[in-house]
Design a protein around this ligand. Structure first.
Ligand code: BTN
Length: 245
């Protein structure tokens, strides 16, 4: 598609920027890129560290042809698009922690935050925003994150062209987003190949509840399937997070 780019030096959050401006006049396929975010957001109200100039922080806005996509699989498609793009451009082997975290060598290097707006009258989706944060050439993290987060450059001891990654990512992303409708089974099959912790014991957090079980797979709706003491439970990504036990 033809993208409308908005380049910002600093913004609280590129997702929030699109949310705040969508009432006015945002074109379909607007992409906001920020050098730095001061309040990068993750899923479940978490923060996403994005103060470092070496990262990619971008959000894509769509408000047309939404029936071309299966909304329930957008995050899955995006995670796979980011993973495949990084694997190709940086010659690495990223894995996906359901539903939206990308890992390399046991550390998180990218995250995705998908947000939608509902039409008040009909309850149908009127637009969505896909936010992507990738730790590309980030050479330091705050102390409290060093055990869990890292960057492509730290892990591979190389630096990468962010523009090259962005260009490759946007084209892969659009084709994978369309696969949510045209070939969801094929998309999920590829997602499963990159899924981390299969067969391993994980903890699932849902509000105040915690479940422990063996991660089985991701089903055709993109939900996580966990064997909890012989009982098969499925979890929708909505308000869930997981951790290796
Ligand atoms: C997560 O780790 O749960 C998701 C992180 C998503 C971060 C990206 S960076 C660009 C966009 N703007 C945000 O505030 N968040 C997303």
């Amino acid at each position: 598609p033809h993208y409308q780019f908005i380049l910002l030096d600093e913004v609280p959050s590129t997702n929030s920027y699109l949310k705040e401006n969508r009432e006015s006049h945002l074109e379909n396929n607007t992409v906001v890129l920020a050098k730095v975010q001061t309040q990068g957001r993750g899923r479940l109200g978490k923060t996403f560290h994005s103060e470092d100039k070496g990262g990619i922080y971008l959000s894509l806005y769509k408000n047309e042809n939404l029936t071309d996509y299966d909304i329930g699989l957008l995050t899955i498609a995006t995670a796979l698009a980011v993973s495949d793009t990084l694997d190709e451009t940086a010659q690495v082997n990223t894995g996906i922690k359901w539903v939206n975290d990308l890992y390399l060598q046991g550390k998180k290097i990218a995250g995705i935050l998908t947000e939608g707006t509902l039409e008040m009258e009909t309850g149908s989706l009127s637009s969505f925003i896909i936010g992507i944060g990738i730790n590309v050439n980030v050479d330091a993290f705050p102390e409290e994150l060093t055990d869990i987060a890292s960057s492509l450059s730290l892990l591979t001891k190389k630096t990468y062209s962010r523009n090259e990654i962005i260009a490759a990512l946007l084209s892969t992303l659009e084709s994978y987003l369309l696969l949510t409708k045209t070939d969801p089974k094929g998309l999920l099959a590829r997602y499963r190949e990159k899924l981390l912790f299969v067969g391993e014991t994980i903890e699932v957090f849902r509000g105040k509840d915690t479940f422990q079980g063996t991660l089985q797979t991701v089903n055709d709706e993109g939900h996580l399937v966990v064997d909890c003491q012989g009982q098969r439970k499925t979890f929708n990504s909505g308000e869930i997070s997981i951790r290796k036990a």
